[in-house]
Ligand binder design. Structure first.
Ligand code: SF4
Length: 303
């Protein structure tokens, strides 16, 4: 098992070293735009999926080999939803003891209605929750949450987090054509977001292959409108930069693919012996080749 992956170039964070404490596609949402495909392990139960010391041991080994200079941040980001992992506070504290780099948590923000979850994340430097909907109806359409999670619970959780968490909150809004990209929906989002008072807002669009084939990137004018009204930074372009892996081989590529689809061009540009890697990817039953938005992607799928 590899809990540490990357380095992955991030559009918002620079060179991100990823830590994943959740098994593939264990989540409490099944977002229509999810780049990992549909959620087949839907749960709202928090668990110690893996031993925190084993995860931290892998990070320690990575830092021993490569040092801290090769990454800008450590990002807790999963093949599923990281707030489902407990004890998240021990994981965050353990990372902070090992590195002076900022610790970032990328999350769907669903479980902040729970006091214990809000307490466990207090030591992060940056929390990046998703916020795509201004109503229960849109929430259900775009994020397709676990049955018991309501829009009010999720929204109230984010408001409480803002009161208690004194560091950076960077909210990410994923715009999907025909669901939440109309001028009317964007104005409703603005009203809700103003109450959360995030330090930054990012507008994103589904640049990677989505879970549902009908998901489309909004028109340029709608993206521009949302950026202007929400006073957001835009990350609709793919990140460019170098991937750096523990072992520059097939396993490293698959480890990234478990968390992050890759363009075929990325594999060609960033990995030695890319021809052999691409050949193997094309034969691997756990890897799917996917055409999207005029580009060829590889992504991990459950077999
Ligand atoms: S995008 Fe994130 S929250 Fe949504 S289904 Fe995928 S892993 Fe879960």
């Amino acid at each position: 098992m590899s809990f540490v992956y990357g380095i992955v170039p991030s559009r918002r964070l620079g060179r991100s070293l990823g830590i994943s404490p959740i098994p593939f596609k264990v989540c409490n949402y099944s977002c229509v735009y999810c780049q990992l495909g549909r959620t087949f392990n839907m749960t709202n139960e928090r668990k110690t999926f893996f031993d925190v010391n084993v995860i931290l041991g892998e990070l320690k080994e990575y830092i021993k080999v490569y040092g801290e200079d090769v990454f800008d941040v450590v990002t807790i980001v999963s093949e599923g939803e990281p707030l489902l992992f407990t004890p998240l506070d021990e994981l965050i504290d353990g990372i902070k003891k090992m590195t002076s780099r900022q610790v970032v948590l990328i999350t769907n923000g669903s479980l902040f209605y729970r006091e214990d979850v809000r307490k466990e994340v207090l030591n992060c430097d940056i929390i990046m929750p998703t916020f795509d909907a201004a109503s229960e109806e849109v929430f259900k359409k775009i994020n397709r949450p676990y049955g018991k999670i309501t829009y009010e619970m999720m929204y109230d959780g984010l408001l409480k987090l803002r009161k208690e968490f004194k560091r950076q909150i960077w909210l990410e809004v994923m715009l999907v054509k025909g669901i939440n990209d109309s001028y009317e929906e964007v104005l409703k989002l603005k009203e809700k977001i103003e109450k959360i008072r995030p330090d930054r807002i990012y507008v994103n669009v589904p640049v990677r292959p989505p879970a549902e084939p009908w998901v489309k990137i909004p028109e340029k004018e709608n993206i521009e409108y949302a950026k202007r009204v929400l006073k957001a930074c835009s990350i609709e372009k793919m990140a460019e930069g170098n991937f750096l892996t523990l072992h520059d081989d097939y396993t490293s590529v698959v480890n990234i693919l478990k968390r992050h689809p890759l363009m075929m061009d990325d594999v060609k540009r960033n990995f030695k012996d890319s021809e052999r890697i691409i050949e193997k990817l094309l034969e691997d039953p756990s890897i799917e080749k996917y055409h999207y938005n005029g580009k060829v992607f590889f992504r991990f799928k459950k077999v």
